[in-house]
Design a protein around this ligand. Structure first.
Ligand code: RP5
Length: 160
């Protein structure tokens, strides 16, 4: 197993069905991740302890997913200088509550806000891949291949 360099944290076990797409995307690039359920509201002390260790353990970025009053990405960003990607869960108000909670950060503590649900989880992972690619030519080459493969998709429409 690759040494984890990307942290994946979510507010509830119920978020994993979405956040697993971030982990799977990273795995497809051979990038190790560590996934945790640590709610900003329900497990704030344990969340703080986990964040405090990340830089020392060699992590490069964090993907944080949460729903409802989705404070988690911002709380993580407030406690680390690592880049934080926020993924809104498709929750009570179709995820709009989560999206606004994640996007509307006060100036000074940035969180990258992604699309609601699966697309956001995948794109958050791809953004961390792009960050790693800046200093890792092997990952950069895989990212170029990934993009090229999308461009090679069929031109024949089909039902989902
Ligand atoms: C948030 O509340 C979690 O991120 C989750 O999306 C939502 C609901 O959590 P559960 O009640 O399913 O544990 O904190």
């Amino acid at each position: 197993m690759d040494k984890p360099v990307i942290g994946i944290v979510m507010g509830s076990q119920s978020d994993w069905s979405t956040m697993k797409h971030a982990a799977e995307t990273l795995k497809s690039f051979g990038i190790g991740s560590e996934a945790k359920v640590l709610s900003a509201h329900r497990q704030s002390d344990r969340l703080h302890a986990w964040i405090a260790e990340l830089e020392g353990r060699g992590f490069k970025a964090v993907i944080a997913g949460a729903g409802m009053a989705a404070a988690l990405p911002g709380v993580v960003a407030a406690q680390t200088r690592l880049p934080v990607m926020g993924v809104p869960m498709e929750s009570k108000l179709d995820g709009l509550d989560s999206l606004l909670s994640i996007a509307q950060m006060p100036a000074g503590i940035p969180v990258g806000a992604f699309a609601i649900g699966r697309a956001g989880a995948i794109n958050a992972a791809l953004m961390t891949v792009a960050i790693l690619a800046l200093s890792d030519p092997a990952i950069a080459a895989k990212l170029v291949d990934y993009r090229a493969n999308q461009a090679n998709g069929s031109e024949t429409p089909r039902d989902e």
